[in-house]
Design a protein around this ligand. Sequence first.
Ligand code: SF4
Length: 121
Amino acid sequence: MSNCSSIKLYPKCLIGTQPLAITNNGHLIPCCQCDAMRNFDDPKYIEFLKHVKISDYDSIMEILTSDVWLLFEEGLMNNEGFKMCYIYCLTKEKTFKKQIFYNNNKKVAEVDDNSKHRQAK
Ligand code: SF4
């Protein structure tokens, strides 16, 4: 699967905010965003589709517990997904800046990235 070490995935399908989808060709896919042009030339997605045709299984649960599906989910947990995952479910690692102001060795204020000033207690 695709991997981009500088980008961290936040897979909506794993945290339950993105439902499963079915393509018009009868494939069960992790979400509707997968059925997009950007994935159509992703070799990993093309291979994945070969294993998730609903008519090849007796139940949806059988697909969801299949090796190919579990490997896909494991990949997501390791920051590996289809091309579309890096667009739809991307979270860039963010570095937060925080400034702390002192007066006579006493903390008087804190300012973070959101420019929210906080008074020291
Ligand atoms: S784009 Fe990828 S990671 Fe995001 S919900 Fe869809 S399958 Fe999961």
